[in-house]
Design a protein around this ligand. Structure first.
Ligand code: GDP
Ligand code: ZN
Length: 458
């Protein structure tokens, strides 16, 4: 059990934003009270907020005007005493407050240490802890609700249910072996075990199916705009950015924060990564050939392929059609305000049932249709986000796959009539993999590694 008090700035850095210094631990309240000019924080009720000043003890000057929230254990995120000092003066002021607090005996929190404490104190399980990290990184409302749902424990509940089913199966076999004289316990048959294994396997498969979408929501849809020079790629980019809130995000937890551009199209986060050769590719095929460009294009989740309504199809257009075949793409026929020279029939045929949208970006026509097509190509209409529990974490996906593999092994054993006490070894492995998702069988080093990925102050 931790005994020291940790502190960190818990809001992302940004000009003008309110910044919070958070403390957690037995000394949290007394440390801030020593520095606080205002009410005696030792005496205030739990979960109350107080206006006052943080004094610099070395100079006796006011360091910052603040609002201080006091939250006493155990009804806090970490289940320890928690104090949050809200500073209004931007990053310089908040850093000063942090320094002063550190000088009074609090220790700077390691990345993810607040969440780690919540986990260690049984406040949340591992998948919920990871959801906190996702929440911090969530780019759009939809990604946010996925993270919230997971934090709610829906994934945990599902995993627990699957584990329970596996455990019962294993226990049943154990009983049969250890107490063969118990006539009232039905003998577990190969058929029964097969049925159970199949059921759980199918549920894991369902989770893996939605995992892909969850990952996309969390990370954004890697989007490439391609087409010959002058068709309107840059115009398309500008339109998307102007029509939709463009979000520039810093991803915390990396040594050097990566800046990416996000455009939120009807709740679908397009990630416009500035990767050479992907974004606004003028003549990708010309430069690197069909095969290579296909390789590059494969790395994006969505391709916006722009054609010119005012020009007949060229060889290069045809090559681009070849390069995107089988990938997720939308054809955009731009410049419909000009005279038609493009053979639409031919384009539709080449597009092979992929969506074809016509636009005049200069007259702002067709943009709505384009946005619908983008949203639709990922959600295939309106999916009800409320009904899905998403698995949105690489580690979860990996473990789910391992759990599924272990069940596949079990099923092979069952089909070849292996003894059940051998088959159950695989079933137990699957149970263990699932357990790692919620932290039941996770080793200490795994836990340390996980929490160190979290950004500071959470
Ligand atoms: P890119 O080379 O593919 O990036 O094309 P740009 O976006 O730079 O556009 C090339 C030219 O086409 C610019 O002069 C744009 O103003 C013009 N343009 C873009 N969209 C339209 C459109 O819908 N209609 C017309 N008439 N011109 C357009
Ligand atoms: Zn351009």
């Amino acid at each position: 059990m931790e005994t020291d008090t940790i502190t960190a700035i818990s809001t992302p850095s940004g000009e003008g934003a309110i910044a919070i210094v958070r403390l957690s631990g037995p000394e949290a309240i007394s440390i801030v009270d020593k520095l606080f000019q205002g009410k005696s924080l030792n005496d205030v009720d739990s979960h109350t907020i107080h206006y006052g000043k943080i004094m610099d003890p070395t100079t006796d000057e006011v360091a910052e005007e603040v609002m201080v929230s006091v939250m006493r254990a155990p009804k806090t995120f970490t289940r320890e005493d928690v104090v949050e000092v809200n500073c209004h003066g931007g990053m310089v002021a908040v850093n000063r407050v942090l320094e002063i607090i550190l000088s009074q005996g609090a220790r700077l929190a390691e990345p993810g240490e607040f969440t780690k404490r919540a986990f260690l104190h049984g406040r949340i399980d591992l998948s919920q802890a990871e959801a906190v990290m996702d929440l911090i990184r969530a780019k759009t409302d939809k990604a946010m609700s996925v993270a919230l749902k997971q934090m709610d424990g829906r994934l945990s509940a599902l995993i627990q249910q699957l584990r329970q089913e596996l455990l019962e199966t294993v226990a049943h076999v154990e009983v049969n072996i250890d107490y063969p004289e118990y006539d009232d316990v039905e003998e577990m048959s190969h058929e029964m075990m097969q049925k159970k294994t199949k059921q759980v396997r199918a549920k894991i498969e369902d989770l893996l199916q939605v995992a892909k979408q969850g990952k996309i929501l969390r990370e954004g849809i890697g989007t490439a705009i391609i087409g010959r020079p002058n068709v309107g790629k840059s115009s398309l980019m500008n339109t998307l950015v102007q029509e939709n809130k463009a979000i520039v995000t810093e991803i915390p937890g990396t040594t050097r924060d990566i800046i990416e551009e996000y455009v939120n199209v009807r709740g679908v986060p397009l990630r416009l990564v500035d990767t050479a050769g992907i974004r606004d590719t003028e003549d990708i095929v010309e430069k690197i050939g069909v095969e290579r460009s296909r390789q590059v294009l494969k790395e994006s989740d969505l391709i916006l392929f722009v054609l010119n309504y005012n020009e007949a199809l060229t060889d290069e257009d045809i090559k681009l059609f070849e390069a995107v075949q089988g990938l997720e793409y939308i054809v955009i026929i731009n410049k419909t305000d000009l005279e038609q020279k493009l053979d639409l029939e031919k384009v539709r045929k080449l597009a092979n049932n992929r969506p074809v949208v016509t636009t005049s970006l200069i007259e702002e026509e067709g943009v709505n249709e384009l946005e619908s097509a983008i949203a639709q190509s990922f959600f295939e209409g309106d999916i009800d986000m409320g009904d899905l529990t998403y698995v949105s974490n690489v580690r979860h996906i990996q473990l789910l796959k391992q759990a599924a593999q272990a069940l596949d092994d079990a099923m092979i054993g069952l089909e070849s009539e292996m003894p059940l006490d051998i088959v159950q070894i695989d079933v137990t492995r699957s149970w263990e993999f699932l357990g790692e998702i919620i932290g039941d069988t996770a080793s200490d080093s795994l836990i340390d590694q996980l929490f160190s990925q979290f950004c500071l102050g959470k």
